[in-house]
Design a protein around this ligand. Structure first.
Ligand code: URA
Length: 425
């Protein structure tokens, strides 16, 4: 087997054989295939695609590159959720304790933000003391004692994906549907969850900009999960505007705690409950009511125990950025558009995200929204507040925000896009 013939096969729109796939993933993980060779293959896959048979084999090879976890010792059924990434997508924070409060065990292996999309671990690390890195034993212990755990995937889980994802990130090859599907599903299947709900984002702030691509990604992942014995369902959800009223690490933790306290923005509450219902259904838990568990404080109790079990202080004051800059509405009327991608880029430029994997993030940085599409606004009222510790970043963030919104004359008709657009099972 040689790597050049594998690259040529895909470059010339051929089908990769199972042997070629197994060999190239294993050889790349071991460092026998070089980064420049794998990036050529990733680009050929992005341009020419892979069929379902190739994707299933690619996923299996990535799973086989590392260890498989097992939650059979738990007394509760396991349910996990994965989002394909968005702006203001803090849903995992209230969702994991909520679903645990309703009777499932929620092993949530999460990632960090890169580019304009935020990462769950970066958000939680704004809580003083909280630790993302747990050993497999610690993870199982937190899961067993609190019902939920949110932590980083260990180095042993799908190491081929870890290496390939970092490479794709710097070679313009993230957006390939076969590579996204196999990347996400290899980690979820190796993790050993019994059921999985996928939140496939669609819109300007998502990797999938249109509904057709989101459908293809969702159905590919549902098939991969189902074929591996994981009960898998996908919701296609709107990411044309940020979720909730915040994009940024500590800002989003604060908003998540509001949701757990029974308040918070309506779209965050709606999506949290919709995903919780799907997770409970997939886990076979029929008689729980997630709306009640939010209202009666039982989800908040799990949150507090889960944060404390990972070294965090749930009562600590969250970091606040040193500098703020307010953007006001240019005219009175109806806010008809507030673009998720532009706001995500602004939050990233303010310091909430990182340009390279090893960069630190600012806990307090980000963007706060004072209005959502469909709201009536008055000229001069605050529309957005930008937060950062490094005010020299304002100018660069303002460039991204400049074209991010439209205010139409009062009375202009506005039709909201539903949060949950489709369900694929
Ligand atoms: N999230 C992942 O884990 N992998 C991808 O390829 C894209 C999003």
């Amino acid at each position: 087997m040689d790597v050049i013939s594998v690259i040529r096969t895909k470059r010339d729109r051929g089908e990769l054989s199972p042997e070629q796939i197994d060999w190239v993933i294993d050889a790349y993980t071991r460092g026998v295939v070089a980064d420049e060779q794998m990036s050529a293959l990733a680009m050929a896959i992005l341009l020419n695609g892979m069929n379902r048979t190739e994707i299933a084999r690619w996923t299996a090879a990535m799973i086989a590159s590392g260890e498989r976890m097992n939650f059979d010792s738990l007394s509760r059924p396991t349910a996990d959720k994965h989002s394909t990434g968005g702006v203001g997508d803090k849903i995992t924070l209230p969702l994991a304790p909520l679903v645990a409060a309703c009777g499932a065990a929620v092993p949530q292996l999460s990632g960090r933000g890169l580019g304009h999309t935020g990462g769950t671990l970066d958000k939680l690390e704004s809580i003083p003391g909280w630790r993302a890195l747990l050993s497999n034993e610690e993870m199982l212990n937190v899961l067993d004692t609190t019902g939920a755990v949110i932590c980083a995937a260990g180095d042993g889980l799908a190491p081929a994906d870890k290496k390939l994802y970092a490479l794709r990130d710097v070679t313009g090859t993230v957006e390939a549907i076969p590579l996204i599907a196999s990347s996400i599903m290899s980690k979820k299947i190796a993790e050993g969850t019994g059921s999985l709900v996928l939140d496939v984002k669609v819109g300007t702030g998502a990797f999938m900009k249109n509904i057709e691509d989101a459908r293809e990604l969702a159905s590919t992942m549902v098939a991969l999960g189902t074929d591996s014995g994981v009960k898998t369902v996908a919701l296609l959800t709107d990411m044309s505007t940020p979720l909730g009223l915040t994009a940024g690490n500590a800002l989003e933790v604060r908003e998540s705690v509001e949701v757990l306290a029974g308040g918070g923005p309506a779209d965050v509450v709606e999506l949290t409950i919709a995903l919780a219902r799907e997770m409970l259904d997939a886990a076979g838990i029929k008689d729980a009511d997630p709306a009640k568990a939010l209202a009666d404080g039982s989800a908040m109790d799990v949150w507090r125990r889960m944060i404390a079990a990972q070294g965090g202080d749930p009562d600590a004051t969250l970091p606040v950025a040193r500098e703020q800059h307010v953007i006001t509405a240019p005219s009175s009327g109806v806010l008809t558009r507030l673009d998720a991608y532009d706001i995500g880029v602004a939050a990233w430029r303010l310091g909430a995200g990182r340009a390279r994997k090893e960069d630190p993030v600012q806990a307090g940085a980000g963007v706060e929204l004072h209005a959502k599409p469909g709201d009536t606004v008055t000229a001069g009222q605050p529309l957005l507040t930008l937060h950062t510790d490094t005010p020299e970043k304002f100018e660069y963030a303002l460039e991204s925000v400049a074209g991010s919104y439209d205010v139409a004359p009062a009375g202009t008709a506005f039709t909201a896009t539903p949060i949950v657009r489709e369900r694929i099972a």
